[in-house]
Write a protein that binds this ligand. Structure first.
Ligand code: PEP
Ligand code: MN
Length: 335
């Protein structure tokens, strides 16, 4: 169960609450985020929750039977919106994040920013720490690349999403990014998720390569329960027996996640199928499946990209896709 506390709750009232929970054999876990104070009670015994609801200092109480609690839709009336001041990500808004797989050079960043601005896109993606299957592949420009990426984006009022791979990178990256991306390979790196719960920056958590929906939600629960409510989930394809494409984009998961959680759900059709030709149809299908946004790879010359060129669109192809994605979103919202 989730017990929402009033911010003014006294320590005596808190103690009384903890005693009550202990009496029913419930563990109590206190969570303080940028938006609220909660006690998560985990136990089996059923009792009348109004007994707790009418205690001093309690704002609200909800029974949540899911293994994950705070990210569940069962207690939160309104879906989570990530607020960037002049735009939002979440239910009712359609967001596009686009850019290269890897940050490569100043020239590349400048051309991508120009492309994004021409297409009214507010968030640029680009990795500076790259998890690569082979240790001999390009592994990113690191902090030098991020500093260049950040100063060019700030000048142009573009937000940055980039991957963080280790706990130690969070502090050095935090002033240069707007959204931390947790990649598929780190989806269950619980130390990293704990640490991202301690910061006040949005986190986009990707589904693990063989991760289940439940594991993704439990991963998000780590971030929330450590204090950060600004979380987005990302379906980026899973490994299946099918070898005809890089991954199997699980559009089912998008529909299912929108049912199970109040968090925004973002589709990554680039990694989801891994083939340029099919990025657009899979993006459109993801939107019909309920996605609140799409993150995709674009590059001025995809054939020359340092990584993931085979799934990257050029600017002309991308512009057509943005237009069709926006139309698809409008269509879905009109149903
Ligand atoms: C990426 O976004 O370039 C990336 C490495 O993604 P994933 O973690 O989904 O493989
Ligand atoms: Mn990539």
């Amino acid at each position: 169960m989730i017990i929402q506390l009033n911010s003014t709750i006294s320590s005596t009232a808190k103690m009384a609450l903890n005693e009550k929970l202990a009496q029913y054999g419930y563990s109590h876990n206190e969570v303080t985020t940028q938006f609220g104070n909660y006690i998560i009670g985990v136990g089996k015994k059923s009792f009348d929750i109004r007994e707790i609801g009418r205690m001093e200092g309690i704002k609200d109480i909800h029974r949540v039977s899911d293994a994950y609690k705070l990210v569940s839709k069962k207690w939160k009336v309104e879906d989570t919106q990530i607020d960037f001041g002049d735009f939002k990500i979440g239910t009712g808004h359609f967001s596009i994040m686009a850019g290269p797989c890897s940050i490569e050079s100043e020239e590349q960043i400048i051309s991508a920013i120009e492309h994004l601005k021409a297409n009214n896109i507010r968030i640029m993606r680009g990795g500076v720490y790259k998890p690569r299957s082979s240790p001999y592949s390009f592994r990113g420009l690191g902090m030098d690349g991020l500093k260049m990426f950040s100063s060019l984006c700030k000048e142009n009022d573009i937000k940055i999403i980039t991957e963080v791979m280790m706990v130690e990178q969070i502090d050095e990256m935090i002033n240069y990014i707007d959204i931390f991306q947790v990649g598929a390979r780190n989806s269950q790196n619980f130390n990293l998720l704990d640490a991202l719960g301690e910061v006040d920056k949005p986190v986009l958590l990707k589904r693990g390569i063989s991760g289940t929906i439940d594991e993704l939600l439990q991963g998000a629960e780590y971030i929330f329960s450590h204090g950060n409510e600004k979380i987005m989930l990302c379906e980026r394809g899973i490994r299946s027996y099918e070898m005809a494409y890089r991954n199997t984009m699980d559009i089912n998961a998008i529909a299912m996640l929108k049912e199970k959680t109040h968090l925004p759900v973002i589709a990554d059709p680039s990694h989801g199928i891994g083939l340029r030709k099919f990025v657009e149809p899979i993006a459109l299908a993801s939107i019909m499946g309920g996605a609140d946004g799409v993150i995709m790879e674009v590059h001025h010359v995809p054939e020359k990209a340092f990584s993931d060129g085979q799934q990257t669109l050029n600017y002309q192809e991308a512009a057509r896709t943005y237009d069709r994605m926006r139309k698809t979103f409008e269509l879905r919202e009109s149903f």
